[in-house]
Design a protein around this ligand. Structure first.
Ligand code: PRT
Ligand code: ZN
Length: 283
C-alpha cells in the first residue's frame, strides 16, 4: 500500500483526482474524507492543505504527494521530484505599483515586500545583494501596497489579471512553477514497485495529452508521401480498401500540428479524414 497526499480543496484538487481517475484508480470522491482507500489499486489518498504536503511527504507520513513546485521550494522539504504534472502552471513574481519606475533589483533596497513565500524571496534578495524587509502575510497579498502594508509584493501570478486589477505590475519572475509529483526519499522496495506501476499509468495518460488519432482514405500510390507527413509512433498503419487503388491510413499526430498535416494530406488526395480522441498512449 502506498499513500499519496493531494490538496483537499483548491486549484490543484480536481486535476489531481482526475489524473488518478484517468490512471484507472477509483476513489470515492463523494465521501471525501481525510483518508480514502482506492478500490482497485494499492493506494490511499490523504487530503491536506497544499502547504502541508511537502513536509508530510518528507516526514514519511505520506509516500507521495501532488503539490505546486512553489510549495516545495518554499518549505525546502527534502523530497524527490518524480514528475512534472503539466497543470497548475504559475510563477512567483515581484510586483510594484504600476505608476512607479522599475530600475532593477536595487529598486527593492530598503523597501517592505509582502508575501506568503518569505523563504523563496529571501533567496532571491540574497542572490541579488538586496536588503529589504519581508512582511509575511498569508492571504490577500495583492492588497498590501494599497493598504499601506508594503511597497511591493511577491506572489503567485498566472494570467496577471489580479495584479492589474490591484494597480500593480510584474517586474521580476523569480520562480516558474507547476504541479509536481513528489516522493519520500527512501521508499522500501514494495512501495517503489507500486510507484513504478503508478508512473507507468500516469505517463500513458500524460503521453496521450495533446495527441489525436487520425485516419483517412488515400490513393495507394500516395502512401509513401503520406508516411513522410505522418511519421507516427513507429510508422502509420496502412490497410487495403475493397475499392481498387485505395487504402486506409491510420496514425497519431500532435494536436498542434493537426491542421497543417490535414492540409498537406488533402493536397495529396486524402479523403474521409477522421480525427479521434486518444485516451492512453503506451510507448
Ligand atoms: O487551502 P490550501 O492552503 O490548500 O490552498 P491555497 O489557497 O494555499 O492554494 P490554491 O488552491 O489557491 O493554489 C494551489 C496551488 O495552485 C498554488 O500553490 C500554485 O502552485 C497553483 N496556482 C496556479 C495558483 C495559481 N495558478 C494562481 N493564479 N495559485 C494561486 N493563484 C492565485 C494568484 O496568486 C492570484 O491571487 O490566483 C489569483 C489569480 O491569478 P491571476 O494571475 O490569474 O490573476
Ligand atoms: Zn495553501
Amino acid at each position: 500500500m502506498i499513500r499519496i497526499a493531494i490538496q483537499s480543496k483548491g486549484r490543484l484538487s480536481e486535476e489531481s483526482l482526475a489524473l488518478l481517475r484517468e490512471a484507472g484508480i477509483k476513489i470515492d470522491e463523494l465521501k471525501r474524507k481525510f483518508l480514502a482507500r482506492a478500490a482497485d489499486f494499492p493506494l490511499e489518498v490523504l487530503y491536506l492543505r497544499d502547504d502541508d504536503i511537502p513536509g508530510v511527504v518528507a516526514g514519511g507520513s505520506a509516500d507521495l504527494g501532488i503539490v505546486g513546485y512553489n510549495e516545495v521550494a518554499e518549505t525546502g522539504a527534502d523530497v524527490k521530484i518524480v514528475r512534472k504534472m503539466g497543470f497548475g502552471a504559475c510563477r512567483l513574481s515581484l510586483a510594484i505599483p504600476k505608476a512607479q519606475e522599475y530600475t532593477g533589483p536595487s529598486f527593492f533596497e530598503g523597501k517592505t515586500i509582502a508575501t506568503s513565500y518569505p523563504n523563496v524571496l529571501e533567496g532571491w534578495l540574497a542572490s541579488n545583494g538586496v536588503k529589504a524587509k519581508i512582511q509575511k502575510i498569508m492571504g490577500s497579498v495583492e492588497i498590501a501596497p494599497a493598504a499601506g502594508l508594503a511597497d511591493a509584493i511577491f506572489d503567485i501570478v498566472s494570467s496577471g489579471g489580479t495584479l492589474v486589477s490591484n494597480g500593480l505590475k510584474e517586474v521580476e519572475a523569480v520562480l516558474q512553477s507547476e504541479a509536481v509529483l513528489i516522493a519520500a526519499k527512501d521508499l522500501d522496495a514494495e512501495k517503489q514497485a507500486i510507484l513504478e506501476k503508478l508512473l507507468f499509468r500516469i505517463d500513458a495518460v500524460m503521453e496521450s495529452g495533446g495527441k489525436k488519432y487520425i485516419l483517412m482514405n488515400l490513393p495507394t500510390d500516395k502512401v509513401s508521401e503520406a508516411v513522410k507527413i505522418l511519421p507516427a509512433m513507429r510508422s502509420p498503419t496502412v490497410m487495403q480498401l475493397a475499392a481498387e487503388g485505395w487504402c486506409s491510413l491510420h496514425s497519431v499526430v500532435l494536436e498542434s500540428e493537426l491542421w497543417d498535416k490535414i492540409e498537406r494530406l488533402k493536397a495529396i488526395g486524402a479523403e474521409g479524414i477522421l480525427v479521434l480522441h486518444l485516451d492512453k498512449v503506451i510507448d
